[in-house]
Design a protein around this ligand. Structure first.
Ligand SMILES: *Cc1c(COP(=O)(O)O)cnc(C)c1O
Length: 351
């Protein structure tokens, strides 16, 4: 057993999981109280009258192939949001254990911790460059069960230093899981940290089809980790988390020919990102545009309200972060089509 499992909640380790109906496609199903006929007009592959396969093998195999890990290292869920929630629930005892977050960062880590009644310990990123403060992360991690690192980070856009992340894994090997959320890694020049999973039993990597794969509506995220961690989380994920429709769509829309489209489109987004960055930097109302390894830019503005208004007047909605600690004056702008980006640049130019 991976000794890291000793960090999980003891009651979860001992719990008898829900026994869902057996999955055996070679037999006719008179064991799950389903209707024997499809609803009129149901043309789906599997038939929506049937409960879907828990952790569908074909889907897991596909995700394992995309992310270049073994199937036993993949847990599929309803977006990475579900993986974040499962991790906190499995590893944090309410009122006792904590998680580390490095603000400014993605809000779901804190929300999931709050829902579970786990403490939130902050190890903020450095003020100007939004880099990891490694000594702070390690010292906070010693009092926590999970350390959430987001790379490239949302909403700041930069990758975290890979050596620092791996050093955090080493230093916290006996204390905490290091969870690296790579929702935007396809837009970066670096490859996934999942290649280090076998060296670091406390490393967990989160991937999603919601961003570069253009499948946010399908709700399909992956947690990549050692097989023992994946097994533990399979015990507590709701038994039929992935819908049959999602499985069909994801299998079809991640086929080989689709991957070339993803590559070429992420290439377009990267080039547009640099073009928009250059254009915004030259705008009088812009104080600084942070470098980005993702599909958005964090822009510090003289008057963020005015930038929000100017964008809205040309039909574009941006995300105002100017009230978040460490992000004074900042607006986050997702890179759109070249035409949308042109409109954005023209609007910000006027501020
Ligand atoms: C968008 C995003 C996700 C993706 O969440 P899903 O639930 O997979 O859609 C995860 N992490 C971060 C930091 C994100 O910005």
């Amino acid at each position: 057993m991976n000794p890291i499992l000793a960090l999980a909640r003891p009651d979860i380790l001992e719990m008898e999981p829900y026994q869902h109906a057996r999955w055996d496609p070679s037999l006719e199903r008179l064991h799950a109280n389903e209707m024997p006929w499809r609803a009129p007009g149901d043309n789906t592959l599997a038939g929506l009258n049937r409960y879907p396969e828990p952790q569908p093998q074909a889907l897991i195999a596909r995700l394992a192939e995309l992310y270049e890990v073994a199937p036993e290292n993949v847990l599929a869920g309803r977006g990475s949001d579900e993986a974040i929630d499962l991790l906190v629930r499995a590893f944090c005892r309410a009122g006792q254990d904590g998680v580390v977050v490095c603000p400014p960062t993605f809000g779901m880590y804190r929300v999931a911790a709050r829902i579970q009644g786990a403490r939130v310990i902050e190890a903020p990123l450095t003020a100007d460059e939004f880099a990891l403060d490694l000594p702070a992360v390690i010292s906070a991690g010693q009092q926590a069960r999970l350390v959430f690192l987001c790379s490239p980070n949302n909403p700041t856009g930069r990758l975290l230093d890979e050596e620092m992340v791996l050093e955090a894994c080493r230093q916290l090997a006996a204390n905490a899981l290091v969870v690296v959320d790579e929702a935007y890694v396809e837009f970066a020049t670096r490859t996934s940290l999942s290649r280090h999973l076998s060296e670091h039993p406390n490393l967990v990597v989160l991937r999603t089809l919601s961003k570069a794969w253009a499948l946010a509506g399908a709700r399909c995220g992956s947690l990549l980790a050692g097989a023992d961690i994946v097994d533990l989380l399979r015990r507590i994920i709701p038994p039929y988390a992935i819908t049959a429709a999602t499985v069909d769509e994801v299998l079809e829309l991640t086929e080989l020919r689709q991957r070339a489209v993803v590559e070429s489109r992420t290439g377009i987004i990267r080039r547009e990102r640099e073009r928009v960055r250059t254009g915004l930097t030259a705008s009088p109302g812009v104080v600084r545009v942070h470098e980005s390894d993702a599909n958005f830019l964090l822009v510090r503005c003289r008057d963020p309200q005015q930038v929000m208004r100017a964008a809205a007047e040309t039909g574009l909605l941006l995300r105002n972060f100017s009230r978040a600690p460490g992000l004074e004056g900042c607006v986050r702008i997702t890179i759109g089509t070249p035409e949308q980006n042109d409109r954005l640049l023209a609007a910000v130019e006027q501020t």
